[in-house]
Ligand binder design. Structure first.
Ligand SMILES: C[S@@+](CC[C@H](N)C(=O)[O-])C[C@H]1O[C@@H](n2cnc3c(N)ncnc32)[C@H](O)[C@@H]1O
Length: 212
């Protein structure tokens, strides 16, 4: 039994979950397990699980309190197609999901609001993990604020970037070109980006066929 008092509440998830779900509905492969990196509270996980009944949702977070929160949200909703949260730190060379038995193979990885609020090493680890785990044509979906061609897309993002860097010098809003180049180094082709509310972007990559 999970302790409901462990539920975390991230208010932004209630604002961005519908626009993100719209994009996911259009870009995810039509079957498979969706691995979520950096699930945080678990509010996205339960919402997307409920609205994507043909998929399994596999949440993860390296933070124990977040994993407890994910379990608490799951316990309240009681969904069959959400899997127990894993302790995945994107920077690790092997993620605990590799070589594990899943009800359906992983066909997509979703990572919301992690890249700007973790060291760049986490983004490198995310791309390496996606390269190891995704099948050909598998999807990597990212959501968050980005600079485009070196420029902030809004004054509020610039202020947010300053705040992030003052909290941790390794954090900060990334330039989309750097993320696209890094993904390309790991066999993930940029598909498109979509403007989202509050000056965020959805960014979609597709895993290249082997040998490309
Ligand atoms: C701002 S929260 C976003 C949580 C959730 N995706 C959301 O949008 O509400 C950032 C999350 O990134 C996770 N995180 C930080 N570094 C990470 C890493 N190296 N690997 C995986 N997750 C990481 C944190 O534990 C935290 O839950």
């Amino acid at each position: 039994m999970s302790n409901l008092a462990q539920k975390k509440h991230a208010p932004a998830t209630n604002r961005n979950r519908e626009p993100i779900l719209d994009v996911l509905t259009n870009c995810l492969p039509d079957h498979g397990t969706i691995l979520e990196i950096a699930s945080g509270s678990g509010q996205h996980a339960v919402h997307f699980t409920r609205h994507l009944p043909g998929h399994y949702w596999l949440p993860s977070d390296p933070d124990k309190a977040s994993r407890n929160s994910i379990r608490a949200w799951w316990w309240e909703i009681q969904l069959n197609n959400i899997l127990p949260p894993l302790n995945i730190d994107a920077t690790r060379d092997v993620w605990p999901v590799e070589n594990s038995n899943l009800p359906l193979p992983i066909t997509a990885i979703v990572c919301i609001n992690m890249i700007h609020i973790s060291p760049w090493a986490a983004t490198i680890g995310l791309m390496k993990g996606a390269a190891r785990i995704l099948p050909e044509d598998g999807i990597l979906y990212l959501y968050g604020p980005y600079k485009v061609d070196g420029n902030h897309t809004a004054p509020s993002n610039e202020a947010f970037d300053k705040d992030l860097r003052s909290r941790n010098e390794e954090w900060g809003i990334r330039d989309l070109n750097d993320v696209i180049a890094l993904a390309g180094d790991h066999g993930l082709s940029f598909v498109k980006y979509i403007q989202m509310p509050a000056n965020n972007l959805s960014v979609i990559f597709r895993k290249d066929p082997k040998g490309n």
